[in-house]
Design a protein. Structure first.
Length: 264
């Protein structure tokens, strides 16, 4: 099985994982073995599954109604509360939440790989086809994209690239969901929690989070770009081109021409 086949996996994340050879999932399947065709619940050793080894207890041998013709039938009858574990004694290969570490892991023996969390003793509604679905359902307080990347244990994740409200103590109103170590001066840090509102553009972030600031000025500061607009400096009785002398007061009114600014 290949992790790249995971539904909904981000394309850039998949590309990075391919480059670094991080795409193989742990093997959870077991080679088929010939059995008796007689399945019975393992209540003696409590393995949570049905066995087909011909060692059923005497009382089951004496009453054929205990014996069923397939693993699925046996699991459905005797382990209906957890048919997943019964049907997949070596793990289903599905994902479930590791609440302690706040990531999702694969239902497989921990010795099979670093993203294996151990054989899950969970009901089917707690198991998921991919890590992102698991994160969204079981770890909803974490940003799904971040949780997915952490679950896959990849160093490829660089944030969503969307914008969110920055620290009010800085001169940058909205910042980008990315790592400042990347060299991008608009990065405010990678968002980990889902309560943070993300916006597609700096303009949208400014409009919703900083309605008291001129949108063009807010956007220019958020994207680290020059703004050829004019603002009045009352201390010098002059108007300045913001692209030359940026204003520190983001609540100040700005104007499209120096003439309009001087009329202020």
């Amino acid at each position: 099985t290949n992790i790249l086949l995971t539904p909904g996996l981000d394309a850039s994340l998949a590309t990075c994982m391919s480059v670094w050879g991080m795409t193989e999932e742990p093997v959870t399947a077991v080679s088929a073995q010939l059995g008796t065709g007689r399945f019975y619940p393992d209540w003696i050793y409590g393995s949570g599954t049905c066995l087909e080894d011909g060692n059923e207890p005497i009382f089951m041998m004496n009453n054929p109604s205990w014996i069923l013709g397939s693993l699925e039938e046996c699991c459905t009858r005797y382990y209906s509360w957890n048919t997943n574990k019964c049907m997949n004694s070596n793990g289903s290969g599905l994902w479930y939440a590791d609440q302690l570490n706040e990531v999702c892991v694969i239902d497989c023996d921990e010795s099979s790989g670093s993203i294996c969390g151990g054989i899950a003793d969970l009901s089917p509604d707690k198991l998921f086809a991919d890590p992102k679905s698991c994160c969204e359902s079981q770890l909803a307080w974490r940003l799904a994209e971040f949780c997915e990347a952490e679950s896959l244990q990849t160093g490829c994740y660089g944030g969503t690239g969307l914008y969110y409200r920055g620290d009010s103590t800085t001169a940058v109103p909205c910042v980008k969901d990315c790592d400042p170590a990347s060299g991008d001066q608009t990065c405010g840090g990678i968002v980990e929690e889902s309560w943070v509102t993300l916006y597609e553009t700096a303009e949208d972030c400014c409009a919703y989070e900083y309605s008291s600031i001129d949108n063009e000025l807010c956007t220019a500061r958020s994207t680290n770009s020059a703004l050829r607009r004019y603002w009045p400096d009352k201390t010098t009785a002059k108007c300045h081109d913001d692209s030359v002398v940026p204003t520190e007061d983001l609540t100040i009114a700005i104007y499209g021409s120096i003439e309009d600014c001087c009329l202020y």
